[in-house]
Ligand binder design. Structure first.
Ligand code: SAM
Length: 288
């Protein structure tokens, strides 16, 4: 029986053959070790019913291992130079396909509906760190949200995502992720595990979508706008942020906060999700 080379070895050979040089600007820190990746996919509990969206497959080792476990894998890669490498590494996996595009320019809902026919899906990825926040904001607010997100992120980003109201790190991203699901660190991953090693620490993060969101604002789009407004200028009070974001007079901003039962002198970062929802609902009442 012919020996199947590991996906990592296959990728290293293909990267060498095509004389591939990683791009720092595209956040290319690859994971090429089958054993480590298999362990991460065990932690992520990837199984045969799963439809998986991967953002940034790189040389495709995680993609190949995902394809070996899941039903279907759609990977979105911006760097066309990786095409010959990915074609070679993924050749044995008919259930994996790669779309060469900038994920931030794609409509995530259309993408996953096309790939998975409207079935539920999850995200597993070693993300390009320079756009972690943008990717997460899209995934957690798009019309077709994943059931679960398992991603490699910079340790600092994980700390922000896991922060609580009133903390220095509590931010729009943390509030929006908390509205979507429960986050926890599954594993710290040393820089030496990556090729090339990044200059930052990394961890593998799970965000499991809530069956029922923790708060139910009257209008979710307005709620998301309110969150962005509350954190827009961190040195301004909430009342001033609301004034500039929604063009309110001082009196209108005061009325909104009064209706929401919130002291206008507080800063956005002190507000809980529940309080942000009350502000959003009070703003809606003002408009109607
Ligand atoms: N998953 C691979 C691995 O673990 O070895 C690669 C991970 S590497 C940290 C991030 C990948 O995301 C790179 O392949 C990079 O080219 C890709 N990438 C960067 N920006 C992207 C974007 N806007 N859309 C899609 N992929 C992107």
């Amino acid at each position: 029986m012919p020996l199947m080379p590991s996906a990592g070895l296959h990728a290293r050979v293909a990267l060498d053959k095509h004389d591939f040089r990683t791009s720092h600007a595209l956040g290319q820190n690859f994971l090429l070790d089958d054993a480590l990746l298999s362990h991460l996919l065990d932690l992520a509990d990837v199984s045969a019913q799963d439809n998986v969206l991967e953002i940034g497959p790189g040389a495709g080792v995680m993609t190949a291992l995902l394809a070996g476990r899941a039903q279907r894998v759609l990977a979105v890669e911006v760097d066309e130079r990786l095409r010959p490498v990915l074609e070679s590494v993924l050749a044995p996996h008919e259930n994996a396909s790669v779309l060469y595009a900038d994920f931030l320019k794609c409509d995530a809902g259309t993408l996953v509906d096309g790939a998975f026919g409207g079935a539920p899906y999850r995200v597993v990825a070693n993300l390009p760190y320079y756009i972690t926040a943008d990717i997460l904001l899209r995934l957690t607010t798009c019309a077709r949200r994943p059931e679960r997100i398992d991603i490699m992120v910079q340790r600092e980003a994980a700390e922000r995502i896991l922060s609580n109201p009133g903390c220095k790190q509590w931010c729009a991203l943390a509030a929006i992720v908390r509205h979507y699901g429960a986050a926890r660190v599954l594993e710290d991953v040393p820089a030496a595990a990556f090729d090339p090693p990044p200059h930052v620490e990394s961890c593998f993060l799970e965000i499991a979508r809530y069956a029922e969101p923790p708060v139910r604002p009257a209008d979710e789009a307005a709620f998301l706008r309110t969150i962005h407004a509350a954190f827009a200028m961190r040195r301004k009070t909430l009342a001033n942020n609301l004034k500039s974001a929604f063009g309110l007079s001082a009196q209108q901003a005061a009325d909104v906060l009064d209706r929401a039962g919130i002291d206008g002198r507080v800063r956005g970062e002190a507000l809980s999700l529940e309080e942000l929802a009350r502000v959003s609902d009070a703003l809606q009442e003002l408009e109607h």
